[in-house]
Design a protein around this ligand. Structure first.
Ligand code: FEO
Length: 406
């Protein structure tokens, strides 16, 4: 397997994971890549590694360019094991290697590996390292994605190696953004952001502002997953800024589950009302849909409706799991409500509304509840509830769009 040139004397030596579908619980229908880079200069530098099971592939690519033993510099942008998992194998081969990481990166590395005898230097934002002709500049990016994270900027090539940020779980035989279908790429960016970076919107805004303050000219952004932004790095930055500010499409996603199809029938009544109000809506049944898909579609639209039957006086388990997952992602700038069927005591819708309120979303109350199955009259109530919710989404969305300028 060959190395691929990214810039003069800078090569991609990573791995394509076509088959991964479960990325620590997150569904990756398009697989992913583990991107890492070899910079061939007076000193040879390896920026990040790959997931351990792909280490042989990485070494094979490196061997197209040089003997791996000649690597003298190792840059650890991030210690999560999809990128750091092969550092011990690199250090084992490279007697003279010095590793560079943030302070938190060094600490994390020491927890993951037996680092006795490793030469690990710590760096912080603004530090530089001269390899020969090329100069590396380090920029700490704590919590993007972990506390240890940093980016590496190659000054002479205006190349930002951005680790997880601007990435996509998108296995591709081609390296660059202009060689893939744009709609698929955009969907992969949203999917990745929603499921991984949603909690860090403010940090992302601040970090992009910091990059601009540093005056870095960026010709290319090379994340550690997916395609490299060669033609349109501005698009990656713009998409991230828009998502960080909470931009969404005017529309509704109805996320529900059902026991005996009553809550499902209610979802259709609500859907009819939303659509007749002239608003786009999608329906997702949780038991038939991967969690990460539901999260992505939630993030895409301004409005969320949660449909839950009551089971033992609380929400249906799949709905509870969805809301628990969503709560951890700390969503903002969305409007929500809940509906569902109950048999006797009720409680599911009440609990769902409570969780939505606890997330500090705009909540439309009191929701829409039906005992057992919806009658014709109750179907009409659901339809009216859908229309009302769509109106509230539209108002909220327009207000947001007026206040937020990207
Ligand atoms: Fe792709 Fe946070 O690791």
């Amino acid at each position: 397997m060959k190395a691929k040139q990214v810039k003069p004397d800078i090569y991609w030596v990573g791995a394509i994971d076509w088959n991964v579908r479960d990325f620590h619980g997150y569904v990756t229908p398009r697989g992913t890549t583990y991107n890492n880079f070899l910079i061939v200069d007076r000193k040879i530098a390896l920026v990040d590694t790959v997931k351990r099971e792909f280490a042989d592939v990485m070494f094979e690519r490196i061997r197209c360019l040089t003997e791996p033993e000649k690597i003298e510099v190792g840059i650890i942008n991030h210690i999560e094991l999809d990128h750091a998992g092969s550092w011990d194998l690199v250090v084992e081969r490279c007697e003279n290697i010095t590793l560079y990481a943030t302070e938190r990166g060094k600490q994390g590395l020491e927890r993951h590996f037996n680092t006795a005898g490793w030469d690990i230097q710590t760096v912080k934002t603004g530090d530089t390292l001269k390899l020969g002709k090329k100069t590396l500049l380090f920029i700490e990016t704590p919590m993007l994605h972990w506390p240890d994270s940093m980016m590496t900027y190659v000054k002479e090539d205006r190349l930002l190696i951005s680790q997880d940020a601007f990435g996509q779980h998108f296995a591709q035989a081609v390296l660059f953004d202009d060689l893939v279908p744009q709609e698929t790429l955009e969907d992969a960016v949203i999917d990745y952001y929603a499921n991984i970076l949603m909690p860090f919107g403010r940090l992302i805004e601040a970090k992009i502002a910091e990059l601009q303050r540093l005056g870095l000219e960026i010709d290319m952004i090379a994340p550690d997953h997916g395609v490299i932004w060669r033609k349109n790095p501005e698009k990656a930055i713009r998409m991230y800024l828009e998502m960080a500010k909470g931009r969404a499409e005017e529309g509704v996603v109805i996320v529900y589950d059902t026991m005996w199809h009553s809550t499902e029938r209610m979802s259709r009544a609500v859907l009819d009302g939303i659509v007749d109000e002239g608003m786009y809506a999608e329906v997702i049944k949780l038991r038939d849909t991967p969690m990460s898909v539901a999260i992505k579609q939630f993030w895409r639209y301004r409005g969320l409706l949660v449909g839950t039957p009551t089971l033992n006086n609380v929400m249906f388990p799949t709905v509870a799991e969805f809301l628990q997952h969503l709560r951890g992602l700390r969503p903002s700038n969305r409007i929500a409500s809940a509906f569902g069927s109950y048999g006797w005591g009720g409680g599911g819708v009440r609990e769902a509304l409570q969780v939505l309120r606890s997330m500090k979303l705009e909540v439309v109350e009191p929701g829409y509840e039906v005992n057992y199955r919806p009658s014709s009259r109750e179907y009409e109530q659901g339809y009216d509830f859908g229309r009302l919710f769509a109106q509230r989404v539209r108002e909220y969305h327009r207000k947001f769009e007026q206040e937020v300028v990207v």
